[in-house]
Every structure is written in C-alpha cells, then in structure tokens.
Write a protein that binds this ligand. Structure first.
Ligand code: ATP
Length: 256
C-alpha cells in the first residue's frame, strides 16, 4: 500500500506553523526514513500520517484514496503505529500488549481466539522475546518495550507501518535487526530516525526535514551529501559508498 502526504500543513492555535507544504510518497513495500534535527517536525508528520492528528492543509492518501474518506476500522487494519507512547497500565502482561494489535481484526466484543494467540506468540518469537507472554509489561527495559511495541504492530498485519524513533532504546544488534526487518517485511515503512548512517544503509528513500519543511527527498546518496548534512545538522561528515555499494555517513565533529 502506498502512503502519501500532499502539501501537508499543520499550525498551532496561534497560527505558528509546525509543518508547511510537506509532500512525500512512500511506494508499496518501500522503507522511507524521516530525518531532521530535534524539533524539525518528524513526530508531527508521523501523527498526521497515522491519523492521530488532522492536517490544517493538504491530504494524506492511502493507495490514492483520501484517508479521511476511509472507515476508521479499515484504516486500523492497514496502518500500524509504533510510537514513543506505550501503554502504562501496570496490570498488563506482554501478551496483553501484543494482543492489542489483533483488535482491528476481531469482530466487536469477540474474545481472543487461538489464532490471535498463535500470531502473538509468533510475533514475540520474531522480536526475540519468545515465551515472554506472562511477563509484566512494566518490568521490561526500554529496549524490550520497544521490541514488544514492534511485535504488537506486526500482529496487526499492517500494510503500512509508521515508526517514531523505533531504535532509540535498542542495542546495536537490535537496531540492525529492526532495520533489516523493515526492509524485508512486505510493508511500507515510514520511520523517524536519528541515526543518519543506519538510515543511509537501509532506507530506499530519505525525507529530510528542517524547521517543518522538506529540505530534500530521494535516495540516501542524493539526500545525504556532506554539504547538506553540515548545513542541516551542523556536523561535519564523510559520505560515500562502502564496499557493498551502500551509501554511508561517517560523522566527524560538530562544525563551526
Ligand atoms: N502541541 C504543541 N504545542 C507547541 N509546540 C509544539 C506542539 N507539538 C509540537 N510542537 C513543536 O513543534 C516542533 C516539531 O516537533 P516534533 O516533535 O514534530 O519534532 P521532531 O522532529 O519529532 O523532534 P525530535 O527529534 O526532538 O523528536 C517542535 O519545535 C515542538 O516543540
């Protein structure tokens, strides 16, 4: 499923712009990285793509159809969100959290089925947390929670996965594993990321934001040039292909 933003704008009540004229297109099955300094608008844009907030200007399209015209339940089946905000209900188990992802697939008030449980177990396995169903959610570390949040999103069997800084608590091995998963899974993924090198290696497309506007978009090698990285992030970088041909970004030092 393709997800697009067309000329999206978002303003505060006092008219201060948070996002302006943002256009992006994530083709079916692609992995798109949203990059930009703190406060550039990545989370704001993801919330609009997810339908958690409404744009003041422009439209979000799913396979060409205006998101607002689609029934909520239908959207919930297609679009999953991995956000920074995780359940804080002290009584929840890991299994409960993952099963939340099955809600859009169940008839209203229908109980959890054996199929739901099997899918949840498989998703936890995939996250490297097989058999953790009865662990208390609040007992988990930040990285473990992040992996459970991904498992919850994946049992939803979405066509589009929207992720807000999905790697921030993960150790290095799980960062790579997550990005590999995103590129291998048959989903369209849009992820806000801070690690330029990881994004360069794994994303098909990069959308670079600064002060609520798109500064550049396209393949990593076209967007993440040394000049642009220095201008937008204030960091000196060496960029170029590695031996496998993938674009890489080595950060050297804060510039100026
Ligand atoms: N409800 C709000 N009221 C006031 N300012 C807001 C509100 N929501 C977002 N902002 C501001 O909008 C800007 C964009 O925020 P956003 O969270 O989208 O940035 P981000 O690129 O995700 O940042 P980070 O990398 O720090 O997570 C920030 O300056 C933020 O302070």
């Amino acid at each position: 499923m393709r997800i697009e933003a067309r000329d999206i704008g978002r303003r505060l009540r006092d008219a201060t712009p948070l996002l302006a004229e943002v256009t992006l297109s994530a083709p079916t099955g692609s992995t798109v990285g949203l990059l930009g300094p703190n406060g550039s608008g990545k989370s704001t844009l993801l919330r609009l793509l997810a339908g958690l907030d409404r744009p003041d200007d422009g439209r979000v399209l799913l396979d060409g159809a205006d998101r607002r015209a689609l029934p909520r339940r239908q959207v919930a089946r297609h679009v999953a969100v991995v956000s920074q905000h995780t359940p804080d209900d002290a009584d929840m188990t890991v299994g409960d959290v993952v099963l939340l992802g099955r809600i859009p697939h169940r008839a209203r008030l229908a109980p959890v089925s054996a199929d739901d449980l099997r899918r949840s177990a498989a998703a936890l396995d995939r996250a490297g947390l097989g058999g953790w169903e009865n662990r208390s959610w609040t007992s988990l570390s930040g990285g473990e929670r992040q992996r459970v949040a991904l498992a919850r999103a994946l049992v939803q069997e979405p066509d589009v996965l929207l992720l807000d800084e999905p790697t921030n608590h993960l150790d290095i091995r799980h960062r790579f594993a997550l990005l590999e998963d995103l590129t291998r899974l048959p989903v369209t993924a849009v992820a806000a990321l801070h690690d330029l090198d990881l994004a360069a290696q794994y994303c098909d497309e990069i959308v670079l934001l600064a002060a609520g506007r798109v500064v550049a978009c396209g393949p990593p090698a076209a967007v993440l040039t040394a000049d642009r990285v220095e201008r937008v992030f204030g960091v000196t970088a060496e960029v170029g292909p590695d031996v496998t041909g993938r674009h890489r970004v080595a950060l050297r030092a804060a510039s100026g």
